[in-house]
Design a protein around this ligand. Sequence first.
Ligand code: ASP
Length: 300
Amino acid sequence: MKPKLIAHGGAWSIPEKFEKAHLRGLRRAVSEIYPQLLTSISALDAVEAAVKILEKDPTFDAGKGSFLNLNGEIELDAMIMDGSTLNFGSVVAVPNILHPVALSRLIMENTEHCLLAGTGALHFGKQMGMEEVDPHELLTSRELKFYEKIKNDPDFKTKSPFEPHPKGTVGAVAMDQNGNLAAATSTGGTPRKLPGRVGDSPIIGAGAYADNETGACSATGWGESIMRVLLCKTSSDLLKEYPAETAAKMSVQILEKRVNGWGGIILIDKQGHYGFAHNTSKMAFAYADEEGKAIARIKI
Ligand code: ASP
């Protein structure tokens, strides 16, 4: 199979002044990782590595640059899934690590569990040799300013209107030379969320899903709505009957019609076709084209 790689950097009303940074970060993730996917690494390695690049980039709401919760803390959610085995690993509300996607993979491959939460997840990561970082290393002045602005606003809702509040979750979907599919998603969640709040990103079938028999997806958007329709599993099921583009569009239509949801999705079907859809005003993504070139776009 010809390897494929697509990544996203959130679906929201990305202000023009942030567009370049989104495109640069996403292009970098695809152009650095796709050549390795062509020659050596697996789909699972590729989605982990691409998401790690995006977690390190302060542009996005994942790892460094994440939103603060109501208490002014950063709590991260992430998930990774292997489409060949249906194995997955997730972390929810974990503090003080830069790469929750890597911790998710360690959980998947080194424990009998699928999902670890909070300080338990952090403790396991440290046991496995992951570095605990000072929370300030994850904090950007942009998010601190935004938090100061909204922290005492009783009318601020993470849900409604979903826009124009920034949502820059990241995700990646890949197919390797063996036709194996994988997906990963990582986020700081929503701004001013209640401490302990967990969104769709680390929930299997909601924020990500991968099945070699159908396809692999990563979602972004208003998590409470995405969970209700299990957006990624819904897309994966639709892939049994519809082409990639149609399945992506139909699942976002279901999100909108059934639960008034907001979001976007990227996917690769089992034949290696890309699919993409969103109902937010913009979505940032990048993919490797037929020649292996990284194409980055902000889609309106
Ligand atoms: N889906 C994420 C959440 O609700 C946010 C996002 O995608 O931007 O936690």
